[in-house]
Write a protein that binds this ligand. Structure first.
Ligand code: AMP
Length: 211
Protein backbone atom coordinates (compact mmCIF):
# COMPACT_ATOMS: atom_id res chain seq x y z
CA UNK A 1 0.00 0.00 0.00
CA UNK A 2 1.33 3.41 -1.00
CA UNK A 3 -0.46 5.98 1.08
CA UNK A 4 -0.36 9.73 1.66
CA UNK A 5 -1.74 11.39 4.78
CA UNK A 6 -3.11 14.89 4.26
CA UNK A 7 -4.40 17.27 6.90
CA UNK A 8 -3.59 20.48 8.74
CA UNK A 9 -0.97 20.58 11.48
CA UNK A 10 -2.53 19.09 14.61
CA UNK A 11 -4.98 16.82 12.75
CA UNK A 12 -3.16 13.83 14.24
CA UNK A 13 -1.28 12.77 11.11
CA UNK A 14 1.78 11.65 13.08
CA UNK A 15 -0.25 9.65 15.58
CA UNK A 16 -2.44 8.00 12.94
CA UNK A 17 0.59 7.37 10.72
CA UNK A 18 2.24 5.24 13.42
CA UNK A 19 -0.88 3.05 13.79
CA UNK A 20 -1.62 2.78 10.06
CA UNK A 21 2.01 2.01 9.16
CA UNK A 22 2.04 -0.77 11.76
CA UNK A 23 -1.31 -2.14 10.55
CA UNK A 24 -0.26 -2.24 6.88
CA UNK A 25 3.40 -3.16 7.65
CA UNK A 26 4.80 -0.23 5.70
CA UNK A 27 7.41 2.37 6.70
CA UNK A 28 6.19 5.68 8.11
CA UNK A 29 8.00 8.48 6.29
CA UNK A 30 7.52 11.87 7.94
CA UNK A 31 9.36 14.75 6.28
CA UNK A 32 8.97 16.80 9.49
CA UNK A 33 10.61 13.97 11.52
CA UNK A 34 13.46 13.72 9.00
CA UNK A 35 14.06 17.48 9.21
CA UNK A 36 13.93 17.39 13.03
CA UNK A 37 16.36 14.43 13.18
CA UNK A 38 18.76 16.33 10.91
CA UNK A 39 18.39 19.42 13.05
CA UNK A 40 19.20 17.43 16.20
CA UNK A 41 22.32 16.01 14.55
CA UNK A 42 23.33 19.42 13.21
CA UNK A 43 23.62 18.25 9.58
CA UNK A 44 23.73 20.76 6.69
CA UNK A 45 20.18 19.65 5.74
CA UNK A 46 18.98 20.34 9.29
CA UNK A 47 20.60 23.76 9.37
CA UNK A 48 19.09 24.60 5.99
CA UNK A 49 15.60 23.59 7.16
CA UNK A 50 15.76 25.28 10.58
CA UNK A 51 15.03 28.88 9.61
CA UNK A 52 11.92 27.82 7.66
CA UNK A 53 10.67 25.44 10.34
CA UNK A 54 11.10 28.04 13.10
CA UNK A 55 8.83 30.42 11.20
CA UNK A 56 6.24 27.81 10.22
CA UNK A 57 7.16 28.19 6.55
CA UNK A 58 7.73 25.36 4.08
CA UNK A 59 11.31 24.27 3.45
CA UNK A 60 12.06 24.95 -0.26
CA UNK A 61 10.77 22.29 -2.67
CA UNK A 62 14.23 21.65 -4.15
CA UNK A 63 15.52 20.51 -0.74
CA UNK A 64 12.39 18.58 0.30
CA UNK A 65 11.81 16.83 -3.02
CA UNK A 66 15.42 15.62 -3.23
CA UNK A 67 15.19 14.29 0.32
CA UNK A 68 11.95 12.37 -0.39
CA UNK A 69 13.22 11.06 -3.73
CA UNK A 70 16.26 9.64 -1.97
CA UNK A 71 14.15 8.14 0.86
CA UNK A 72 11.93 6.35 -1.69
CA UNK A 73 14.96 4.51 -3.07
CA UNK A 74 15.44 2.67 0.25
CA UNK A 75 14.68 -1.05 0.17
CA UNK A 76 12.03 -0.82 2.90
CA UNK A 77 9.69 1.05 0.52
CA UNK A 78 9.51 -1.86 -1.94
CA UNK A 79 6.12 -3.01 -0.58
CA UNK A 80 4.71 0.44 0.02
CA UNK A 81 5.02 3.38 2.40
CA UNK A 82 3.03 5.96 4.25
CA UNK A 83 4.00 9.57 3.55
CA UNK A 84 3.19 11.95 6.43
CA UNK A 85 3.68 15.66 5.75
CA UNK A 86 4.59 15.26 2.09
CA UNK A 87 3.43 16.50 -0.36
CA UNK A 88 2.73 19.94 1.16
CA UNK A 89 1.89 21.77 -2.08
CA UNK A 90 0.73 20.95 -5.61
CA UNK A 91 4.26 21.22 -7.05
CA UNK A 92 5.46 18.54 -4.59
CA UNK A 93 2.43 16.38 -5.45
CA UNK A 94 3.36 16.61 -9.13
CA UNK A 95 6.98 15.70 -8.42
CA UNK A 96 5.86 12.72 -6.35
CA UNK A 97 3.53 11.57 -9.13
CA UNK A 98 6.42 11.76 -11.61
CA UNK A 99 8.85 9.88 -9.32
CA UNK A 100 6.31 7.09 -8.81
CA UNK A 101 5.23 7.00 -12.47
CA UNK A 102 8.84 6.32 -13.41
CA UNK A 103 8.87 3.32 -11.05
CA UNK A 104 5.34 2.29 -12.17
CA UNK A 105 4.23 2.32 -8.51
CA UNK A 106 1.50 4.98 -8.22
CA UNK A 107 -0.13 6.11 -4.98
CA UNK A 108 -3.09 3.93 -3.88
CA UNK A 109 -4.86 6.53 -1.75
CA UNK A 110 -4.59 9.96 -0.16
CA UNK A 111 -6.24 9.95 3.26
CA UNK A 112 -7.41 13.37 4.44
CA UNK A 113 -7.87 13.91 8.19
CA UNK A 114 -10.43 16.67 8.47
CA UNK A 115 -10.69 18.97 11.51
CA UNK A 116 -11.82 22.51 12.44
CA UNK A 117 -9.26 25.31 13.07
CA UNK A 118 -10.46 25.98 16.64
CA UNK A 119 -9.80 22.35 17.62
CA UNK A 120 -6.35 22.50 15.97
CA UNK A 121 -5.24 25.53 17.96
CA UNK A 122 -6.39 23.91 21.20
CA UNK A 123 -4.51 20.70 20.39
CA UNK A 124 -1.27 22.21 19.12
CA UNK A 125 -0.73 24.78 21.81
CA UNK A 126 -1.27 22.06 24.44
CA UNK A 127 0.75 19.25 22.93
CA UNK A 128 4.20 18.06 24.01
CA UNK A 129 6.68 15.97 22.02
CA UNK A 130 9.21 13.41 23.33
CA UNK A 131 12.88 14.38 22.85
CA UNK A 132 13.83 10.72 22.64
CA UNK A 133 11.34 8.94 20.38
CA UNK A 134 9.20 11.77 18.99
CA UNK A 135 5.91 10.48 20.45
CA UNK A 136 3.31 13.23 20.84
CA UNK A 137 1.24 13.78 24.01
CA UNK A 138 -1.91 15.89 24.38
CA UNK A 139 -1.31 17.20 27.91
CA UNK A 140 1.36 18.75 30.11
CA UNK A 141 3.14 15.50 31.09
CA UNK A 142 6.88 15.71 31.77
CA UNK A 143 8.15 12.26 30.73
CA UNK A 144 7.43 9.99 27.78
CA UNK A 145 5.45 6.85 28.68
CA UNK A 146 7.15 4.95 25.84
CA UNK A 147 10.87 5.68 26.38
CA UNK A 148 11.08 7.78 29.56
CA UNK A 149 12.74 10.78 27.87
CA UNK A 150 11.81 14.39 28.60
CA UNK A 151 8.86 16.02 26.80
CA UNK A 152 9.15 19.49 25.25
CA UNK A 153 7.05 21.98 23.33
CA UNK A 154 8.14 22.19 19.68
CA UNK A 155 9.15 25.78 18.82
CA UNK A 156 6.67 25.64 15.97
CA UNK A 157 3.86 24.62 18.37
CA UNK A 158 4.02 28.07 20.05
CA UNK A 159 0.92 30.12 19.38
CA UNK A 160 2.41 32.74 17.03
CA UNK A 161 3.95 30.06 14.78
CA UNK A 162 0.78 27.93 14.80
CA UNK A 163 -1.16 30.79 13.21
CA UNK A 164 1.37 30.98 10.37
CA UNK A 165 1.40 27.19 9.91
CA UNK A 166 -2.39 27.24 9.51
CA UNK A 167 -2.15 30.02 6.91
CA UNK A 168 0.54 28.08 5.03
CA UNK A 169 -1.70 25.00 5.14
CA UNK A 170 -4.72 26.87 3.77
CA UNK A 171 -2.75 28.66 1.04
CA UNK A 172 -0.28 26.01 -0.07
CA UNK A 173 -1.27 22.57 1.18
CA UNK A 174 -5.09 22.50 1.04
CA UNK A 175 -5.04 22.66 -2.81
CA UNK A 176 -3.55 19.15 -2.89
CA UNK A 177 -6.91 17.87 -1.63
CA UNK A 178 -8.51 18.88 -4.95
CA UNK A 179 -5.48 17.44 -6.75
CA UNK A 180 -6.00 13.99 -5.21
CA UNK A 181 -9.79 14.19 -5.55
CA UNK A 182 -9.24 14.80 -9.25
CA UNK A 183 -6.93 11.77 -9.39
CA UNK A 184 -9.70 9.68 -7.80
CA UNK A 185 -7.47 8.90 -4.81
CA UNK A 186 -8.98 11.01 -2.03
CA UNK A 187 -10.58 9.54 1.10
CA UNK A 188 -11.74 11.99 3.79
CA UNK A 189 -12.40 11.00 7.39
CA UNK A 190 -13.19 13.18 10.43
CA UNK A 191 -10.16 13.47 12.74
CA UNK A 192 -11.96 14.13 16.00
CA UNK A 193 -12.74 11.70 18.79
CA UNK A 194 -10.91 8.70 20.11
CA UNK A 195 -7.54 7.92 18.44
CA UNK A 196 -8.36 4.20 18.13
CA UNK A 197 -11.77 4.94 16.57
CA UNK A 198 -10.17 7.26 13.99
CA UNK A 199 -7.59 4.57 13.14
CA UNK A 200 -10.34 1.95 12.78
CA UNK A 201 -12.36 4.30 10.53
CA UNK A 202 -9.28 4.96 8.39
CA UNK A 203 -8.50 1.25 8.01
CA UNK A 204 -12.12 0.53 7.05
CA UNK A 205 -12.17 3.33 4.46
CA UNK A 206 -8.81 2.30 3.00
CA UNK A 207 -9.73 -1.37 2.82
CA UNK A 208 -13.00 -0.49 1.04
CA UNK A 209 -11.17 1.75 -1.43
CA UNK A 210 -8.59 -0.91 -2.25
CA UNK A 211 -10.99 -3.88 -2.50
P1 AMP B 1 5.49 18.56 10.47
O1 AMP B 1 6.20 17.79 11.51
O2 AMP B 1 4.98 17.72 9.34
O3 AMP B 1 4.45 19.50 11.03
O4 AMP B 1 6.60 19.52 9.78
C1 AMP B 1 7.30 20.50 10.53
C2 AMP B 1 7.91 21.51 9.59
O5 AMP B 1 8.86 20.86 8.71
C3 AMP B 1 6.95 22.23 8.66
O6 AMP B 1 6.29 23.32 9.30
C4 AMP B 1 7.89 22.68 7.55
O7 AMP B 1 8.69 23.78 7.95
C5 AMP B 1 8.82 21.48 7.42
N1 AMP B 1 8.26 20.49 6.45
C6 AMP B 1 7.79 19.24 6.72
N2 AMP B 1 7.37 18.65 5.59
C7 AMP B 1 7.57 19.53 4.59
C8 AMP B 1 7.32 19.52 3.19
N3 AMP B 1 6.74 18.47 2.58
N4 AMP B 1 7.65 20.63 2.48
C9 AMP B 1 8.23 21.70 3.05
N5 AMP B 1 8.47 21.78 4.37
C10 AMP B 1 8.15 20.72 5.15
Amino acid sequence: MRLILVGPPGAGKGTQAVHLAAHFSIPHISTGDIFRANLKEGTPLGLQAKSYMDKGELVPDSVTNAMVKDRLTHADTANGFLLDGFPRNVAQAEVLRAILAEKKTPIDAALELSIENAEIIKRLSGRRTCRGCGKVFPGQLEKCDACGAELYQRDDDKEEVIARRLEVYAEQTAPIIAFYRHEGLLITIPAVGDVADITAGAIRALSQKLS
